[in-house]
Design a protein around this ligand. Structure first.
Ligand code: EPZ
Length: 431
């Protein structure tokens, strides 16, 4: 599937942000750790969430979607600790079921995770964490197997700050016999959200949001009703959309604190930012200024916003330097952006030198991954003429109603199934 769009309209108006996909994935895994019923609200309606819900259903839990953004899960009937359904390999977060099932049933077997192709994505730290709790881990025939007849507490020092590892160890450790300390833990808002959800189920986790997390294992967890935090990256993407299209966008239902790294970078580039209790307004009145961006773990600038800010910089005055320090292969989209007229070169794999151009021109490009796909759409909305972004299935993994929300802000964008739809759109725009 592809999006076809005609660029040039400044995006103006309000957009309501949904629940955080990457928090939701951890929260859904946590939900299977009790035999009581869990209700999760503010769940984003995106493909990655559907995949995880299907996997949870496949192992025997009862999963009922009781609204577009609400799900009820009861995992009393789980009959298998092996997760290997058709799609699970495609999402990174499948590994959260490893931590959750290991904690609850003391063993688990999950297909090796996939996810966006943004460089090598090892799971050595996850396995190191499980081993510190007393589990044995074996990777064979494409499956990760973990087993711990006695799951105890442990002391884990993470060699890299890893969101997935921090959440996974928390999941396993909340039901371990004893105390666990995770040092050099990730501090991302979604780590805090998963910890809050687990605590609302009766877990005892302290220090989430700092780099030392302490967990006292409890005997069992109980049911809860939990509402997921707003998505920092969805919000940041619409903030970048305002900058890229010289627009005026208010993103609603956000936690402005989570957006500070993004807000301050956009301010440096010349945007006007106003913060409200649960909204942020971004106004871009003139061409952006160049700057330097380096991705870092939270509270640094998020790697998941690197492509979107780079698109804004590719239209800014002067030369910008963007350093990607989390993933090794997250600049592939720059070749696609070059088709629209951007001028950028990648040095040493993780530094992009971007010379701002005054305009993009419409082109056919394809989305190499989720965030880069969204960034290319923003570029197309700024470009003169029509653009087509192919492979938007990636974007649908993490953005709910992307085209609809952009259209409400004044964008001319449609989902097109085939070339005929694309031609029809282009024709309608050329009259
Ligand atoms: C999460 O991935 C997110 N995914 C990613 O979002 C996000 O880009 C990333 O965190 C960083 O914020 C989900 O939450 C499902 P990491 P994760 O473990 O947990 C290295 C999106 O677009 N590492 O924090 O897989 C790793 O290679 C996606 O929504 C190890 O070396 O990322 C990377 O360099 C894309 N060994 C660094 O740590 C390990 O065992 C951080 O990765 C684990 C990670």
């Amino acid at each position: 599937m592809r999006y076809v769009m005609k660029g040039g309209n400044p995006l103006v108006g309000e957009v309501v942000i949904g629940g955080a996909k990457n928090a939701a994935l951890g929260v859904l895994a946590a939900a299977v750790m009790t035999d009581e019923t869990v209700v999760i609200e503010n769940l984003p309606d995106v493909w990655d969430i559907d995949v995880l819900l299907n996997a949870i259903r496949d192992v025997g839990a009862v999963v009922e979607r009781i609204g577009r953004h609400t799900v009820r899960i009861n995992a009393r009937s789980i009959g298998s600790v092996t997760v290997n359904n058709e799609f699970i390999k495609k999402i990174r977060a499948s590994y959260y079921l490893l931590g959750a099932l290991l904690g609850k049933y003391r063993r688990a077997s999950v297909a090796l995770p996939g996810g966006c192709n943004i460089g090598s994505r090892p799971i050595d730290q996850h396995l190191k964490g499980f081993r510190a709790l007393g589990a044995t881990t074996v990777v064979e025939y494409g499956m990760v197997n973990a087993e711990a007849p006695h799951l105890g507490g442990g002391h884990v020092y993470l060699d890299v700050v890893s969101v997935g590892t921090t959440i996974n160890i928390m999941l396993a450790a909340v039901l371990a016999d004893g105390n666990t300390i995770i040092e050099n833990a990730a501090k991302e808002p979604h780590v805090v959200d998963v910890a809050s959800m687990l605590n609302s189920m009766g877990a005892n986790i302290k220090g989430a949001g700092t780099d030392v997390i302490r967990i006292s294992g409890v005997q069992k967890l109980h049911g809860t009703e939990y509402s997921i935090i707003p998505d920092q990256i969805e919000a940041g993407t619409y903030m970048a959309a305002a900058a890229v299209t010289m627009g005026d966008v208010t993103v609603r239902n956000v936690i402005p604190k989570h957006l500070e790294a993004i807000s301050s970078k956009l301010m440096e580039m010349g945007c006007e930012i106003s913060e409200f209790d649960d909204a942020v307004r971004v106004v871009a009145k003139k061409r952006m200024n160049h700057t330097k961006v380096k991705t870092l773990p939270y509270p640094g600038f998020p790697t998941d916003m690197q492509p979107q800010i780079s698109v804004a910089l590719a239209l800014a005055c002067g030369t910008s330097i963007v350093t990607e320090s989390i993933f090794e292969n997250r600049f592939k989209y720059l070749d696609e952006l070059a088709r629209m007229g951007a001028s950028a070169k990648v040095e040493g794999g993780n530094i992009a030198v971007i010379d701002g151009v005054t305009r993009f021109t419409g082109a056919e490009v394809s989305a190499p991954d989720l965030r880069a796909g969204a960034a290319l759409v923003l570029a197309g909305l700024a470009a003169d003429g029509c653009s087509v972004v192919e492979d938007v299935e990636y974007i649908m993994r993490g953005y709910e109603s992307f085209a609809e929300k952009l259209r409400e802000l004044g964008a001319e964008i449609r989902l097109a199934d085939n070339d005929k739809d694309v031609q029809k759109f282009k024709l309608s725009r050329s009259i």
